[in-house]
Each structure stands twice: as structure tokens, then as C-alpha cells.
Design a protein around this ligand. Structure first.
Ligand SMILES: [Zn+2]
Length: 102
């Protein structure tokens, strides 16, 4: 039978491990809805890592793409991003203020 002391130690060990210790290999799991800031049309569902502004979208992290070319809003035809490569990975660079996300 484990003693009370043993239980305390194992509880401490368990609580030291963060609940989501192993992130998915493909990147963050949390997704955000990216929308056009002008007409609110949905643009992407994106697996975003970290906090802060959305400045770039890696193509491999876009789980749903509502656009036809990745750079133009399907609602109002406004260009909201430019294709780019970030360390060899295809990505879209978001033009400041053109999208909102949550
Ligand atoms: Zn739009």
C-alpha cells in the first residue's frame, strides 16, 4: 500500500506536467476564423500558434480555405495577402489591417 507521502509525491509529479504537453506534429491545434476586415467574409480556418497579431499564414496550417487563390477575398475581391516563402515554406503574408480573426 502506498503511503500518504507517496500519493503526495505522485500528485506533485502529475501536476508538474502541463495538460497539453505534446503538441500535434502538424502544429498548434487551436484554430481561428480569419475573416475579411471589410466585408466579414470567411477567408481561412487557420491553426494559429501563439498569441498576437496574424501577420503570416503558413499554407500547411490552413485547415479550410474559402478563397480561390489564397490572397483575394471571395466577398469583395480585395487583396488581403501576398504569397511568400518563409524559410522555404509557402505562406501568405497578411497585409496589415485587412483581416480580422478570433
Ligand atoms: Zn471582403
Amino acid at each position: 500500500m502506498p503511503t500518504v507521502q507517496d500519493w503526495r509525491i505522485s500528485i506533485r509529479l502529475l501536476s508538474a506536467v502541463p495538460p497539453m504537453a505534446k503538441p500535434n506534429k502538424k502544429g498548434p491545434i487551436r484554430t481561428v476564423d480569419v475573416r475579411c476586415s471589410a466585408c466579414q467574409a470567411p477567408l481561412f480556418v487557420y491553426r494559429k500558434g501563439g498569441k498576437g497579431a496574424l501577420v503570416k499564414c503558413f499554407r500547411e496550417r490552413i485547415s479550410k480555405d474559402f478563397t480561390t487563390d489564397g490572397c483575394t477575398c471571395p466577398g469583395c475581391d480585395r487583396t488581403f495577402a501576398r504569397e511568400t516563402l518563409i524559410r522555404g515554406t509557402p505562406a501568405y503574408k497578411i497585409i496589415g489591417g485587412k483581416v480580422t480573426f478570433r
